[in-house]
Each structure stands twice: as structure tokens, then as C-alpha cells.
Design a protein around this ligand. Structure first.
Ligand SMILES: C[S@@+](CC[C@H](N)C(=O)[O-])C[C@H]1O[C@@H](n2cnc3c(N)ncnc32)[C@H](O)[C@@H]1O
Length: 172
């Protein structure tokens, strides 16, 4: 079972609290698809980026792209891409209503991927702010770098929430 379990209960509240549109969501760190499926219930399109090879913090380190794609086939609005976030962010210039960052829980990667996500979405959420101090620090530094409003939900290993309130106002 995914460590993400429980957070599905607060996604509607986040969408309503910030008045997010429900067109597009991008996720970095899909693994077996728990959170991607949650987002597919709220957004028209969900793009999921992952190497599907695991990392130093995940129990599974076996390649599982085809298998995961097959299992998520019933959720037709999820588009999975097998890619390192570094290769994705240099070629994607779209904006998203919500971004979710749940990749390897190191400072450098979380900051780099999260900064791109915060600059390309109205709201960015980060898993594991309570269980990984490096994630928490990266989220704080991204809030400082972007001037976005920072919130922390302390349950289910912690969810950092950054809202680009100026952009949300403009797109209403
Ligand atoms: C904690 S898991 C994601 C859990 C998932 N969000 C869920 O709902 O259960 C982290 C995932 O990030 C992926 N990952 C780690 N580093 C990455 C990178 N540089 N680029 C893309 N994906 C990466 C791993 O392959 C792994 O599947």
C-alpha cells in the first residue's frame, strides 16, 4: 500500500480552497499509480512522469513501466511517460492547474523539480515533508524563491502545499 494513502481525503479541499480549475494535473513520481489515480478523479487530464525504476528511498527498484501502464489502463485520462524529470522539464512549457512532486526525497532533486513545478502550475503539492527533512527544506526554499504562499499538512507523512495566488486570480 502506498504511503500516500489518506491524502485523497484532502484533494477536493485544496481544489476548493484555492479555486483551482480541474483541467490538468502533472505528477512527478507515479510509482504504482496510487496518487495518479486519485488525481484522475479530479482532473480532466493527468500526466504522470516517472523513470519507473524506483530510487534509493523506494522498496521496489525493478523496472515496471509496461506493467503499471497496463494496470492503469481503465483510467483513460492518465497519460504515463517513462522519463527522468530532468529530461521532461527542459521540453515542457505548459501550465498546469495542479502539480504533484513525489520523486526521490533528496534536497537537490526536490528543489529542482519543485521549482519548475511551482513556476508551471497554480498549486504545487509535495509529499513527505514530515518524514524527509530535505523535502521540507526544499519546499521552504521554493516558497522563498517564488514568493508563493506555503502551507504544511502534517498527516500521512506530510504534504507541502504551495499556491500561486496571483496566477489563480488572473486565470479566474
Ligand atoms: C515515493 S515513489 C512515488 C509514490 C506515488 N506518488 C504513490 O502514490 O504511491 C517515488 C517515485 O519517484 C520516481 N523517481 C525518483 N527519481 C526520479 C527522477 N529523477 N525522475 C523521475 N522519477 C523519479 C521513482 O521511480 C519512484 O517511482
Amino acid at each position: 500500500m502506498s504511503a500516500w494513502k489518506g491524502l485523497e481525503m484532502i484533494i477536493a479541499d485544496i481544489i476548493n480552497r484555492f479555486g483551482l480549475r480541474r483541467e490538468s494535473c502533472i505528477e512527478f513520481g507515479v510509482e504504482f499509480g496510487y496518487s495518479a489515480v486519485v488525481f484522475s478523479n479530479f482532473f480532466e487530464r493527468v500526466t504522470g512522469i516517472d523513470t519507473f525504476e524506483g530510487d534509493i528511498h523506494t522498496a521496489n527498484k525493478q523496472e515496471h513501466f509496461q506493467q503499471t501502464q497496463e494496470r492503469l489502463r481503465p483510467y483513460g485520462n492518465i497519460h504515463l511517460v517513462k522519463s527522468d524529470y530532468r529530461d521532461w522539464i527542459v521540453r515542457d512549457n505548459q501550465r498546469y492547474n495542479l502539480a504533484h512532486v513525489d520523486i526521490v526525497h533528496n534536497y537537490k532533486e526536490t528543489f529542482e523539480c519543485g521549482l519548475w513545478a511551482a513556476r508551471h502550475s497554480d498549486c504545487t503539492i509535495f509529499h513527505d515533508t514530515e518524514s524527509f527533512p530535505e523535502v521540507r527544506k526544499a519546499v521552504k526554499d521554493i516558497a522563498r524563491a517564488t514568493g508563493q504562499q506555503l502551507y504544511n499538512y502534517p498527516h500521512h507523512y506530510g504534504l507541502g502545499i504551495l499556491a500561486d495566488t496571483k496566477s489563480i486570480e488572473r486565470h479566474k
